[in-house]
Design a binder for this molecule. Structure first.
Ligand SMILES: O=C(O)CCC(=O)C(=O)O
Length: 216
């Protein structure tokens, strides 16, 4: 399975055109700029969408038997709201609160939520699912990933940049497609060079319970 060997896989048509329209309407009605990621998941439409995403066979297969949605982040990119993300791995996850344990590092706070960098074994159990609300062509600043880099552990910035340059591949997507990826995969994205909207809902799923005294 591509997700296992490469650390990412594109699932076509996870949402239908009609479902994409409904999500787009819900996003317009939701104050996504001010809303924190955790609050977005508290919206009924977003919780329902998380359940739908999690019940897809490819997503189910990639998660522990008892799993849950942890976070949903909205990324909007367009000519008017343009941005890029340098190559990186997603090393932090939101948790209920701080725990003193030698393997838990990199504590931080964002939008009132506490984040920790857990050991790689915990990160390897997490799955990000990026649901494309709009088509994302090569012009629209698609995600670039380095295939199989999720197996290489945490990386020094110089090596990450080098691998991104030499082995990075862009992952364009159609409307309704979902990109599954492991948080340790190296990824980046460029500014949009086009005129379209590139809206993505980035869900993070993980095991129901956590080790080291951590809680969601
Ligand atoms: O949506 C993007 O282009 C980048 C998002 C990203 O880097 C992330 O979720 O860690």
């Amino acid at each position: 399975m591509k997700l296992v060997t490469e650390g990412f896989a594109l699932v076509p048509n996870l949402l239908s055109e009609v479902e994409c329209d409904q999500v787009a309407q819900a996003l317009v009605a939701t104050e996504t700029n001010g809303a924190g990621s955790r609050r977005l998941l508290q919206q009924a439409w977003c919780t329902a969408l998380a359940h739908k995403v999690m019940s897809h066979p490819e997503v189910r297969r990639a998660l522990p038997a008892r799993a849950r949605a942890i976070q949903c982040t909205f990324f909007e990119k367009s000519a008017a709201k343009n941005w890029l993300v340098p190559i990186h791995q997603d090393l932090s996850m939101p948790v209920a609160g701080r725990v003193d344990h030698p393997v838990l590092t990199g504590w931080s706070e964002k939008e009132g939520a506490v984040f920790v960098q857990p050991p790689d074994a915990v990160l390897a159990q997490l799955l990000a699912v990026r649901v494309h609300v709009d088509p994302c062509t090569m012009e629209d600043g698609p995600l670039r990933v380095v295939p199989a880099s999720h197996e290489l552990g945490r990386m020094e910035p110089d090596r990450a940049v080098q691998l991104g340059r030499t082995r990075g591949v862009a992952v364009p997507a159609n409307r309704g497609d979902a990109l599954l990826m492991r948080p340790l995969i190296l990824h980046a994205s460029s500014k949009s060079a086009g005129t379209s909207l590139r809206r993505v809902l980035h869900f993070l799923f993980g095991p129901d319970t956590l080790p080291h005294g951590l809680a969601w």
